[in-house]
Design a protein around this ligand. Structure first.
Ligand code: SF4
Length: 244
């Protein structure tokens, strides 16, 4: 089971992958400005909230996608982050998935008892193109965290992750295309090559979503957002069956 926790909302564009950021797109549709960063008034402590029966609203064993409408390591959140870390520490029975484009801020943002990393935190960086992979992966490989993922999303080109995968420090690679208006193309050939690279080093692979404009076998498919995940699963099954 997957849950979302947004202790703060809003972000600043800082990377080529941010161009058509879904937070900006969805906020604009609702008349909001995504560049204004705010602490959640109602759900900052969501993982600690209980129902009338006294049980946690987020049940034990859940993976919590954390801060997916912002960036956990955003400067504006420096005042709030320690409290969020405390919440994460209290819910050892949950796994918190944190994805960032600001891994260079990580060491200045961890709690004093982080050590080699909280066991219930999975940390991911996004590497939407080769330049961002070559910038972020060397930092990522050298920071302490128990579980490290790479998200290639929105994928903008084939990204050669082999130098980083061969270290054995990356547990999983997930690839996603870009969604909504003006979405840039996701070429299945790029996805396939990244899949083959993960197989070389025995790293888990996931094709998460196709994006809105998906190129396969020379044809561009316009995919509705709610179908992107299912279509990606079909693509992933194809890879598993054809490229063992
Ligand atoms: S870092 Fe993420 S949330 Fe922030 S602007 Fe970029 S894509 Fe959007």
């Amino acid at each position: 089971m997957n849950n979302f926790w947004s202790p703060w909302h809003g972000c600043h564009k800082c990377s080529p992958g941010c161009l058509n950021c879904y937070v900006y797109y969805l906020d604009k549709k609702h008349g909001k400005d995504a560049s204004i960063i705010t602490k959640s008034k109602t759900n900052f402590d969501l993982p600690l909230k209980k129902n009338r029966q006294g049980a946690y609203k987020i049940p034990s064993g859940t993976e919590v996608a954390t801060c997916f409408t912002s960036d956990f390591f955003l400067e504006e959140a420096d005042l709030w982050r320690n409290e969020a870390w405390q919440i994460i520490k209290k819910r050892q029975d949950l796994t918190f998935l944190i994805c960032t484009k600001r891994i260079e801020r990580f060491m200045a943002c961890i709690p004093s008892d982080w050590g080699e990393g909280y066991p219930n935190v999975k940390l991911a960086i996004t590497c939407e193109n080769q330049a961002m992979a070559d910038l972020r992966c060397p930092i990522f490989l050298n920071i302490p965290a128990q579980t490290k993922y790479i998200f290639v999303g929105p994928i903008l080109e084939y990204v050669d992750l082999k130098p980083y995968l061969k270290t054995g420090k990356i547990a999983s690679v997930s690839v996603s295309g870009e969604s909504y208006e003006n979405a840039r193309l996701c070429d299945f050939n790029w996805v396939k090559k990244i899949y083959e690279d993960t197989k070389l080093y025995n790293v888990a692979f996931n094709f998460h979503q196709t994006g809105s404009n998906f190129l396969m076998d020379g044809k561009i498919y316009k995919i509705k957002h709610f179908e992107e995940f299912e279509q990606a699963k079909k693509g992933e099954e194809y890879l598993l069956n054809h490229y063992k």
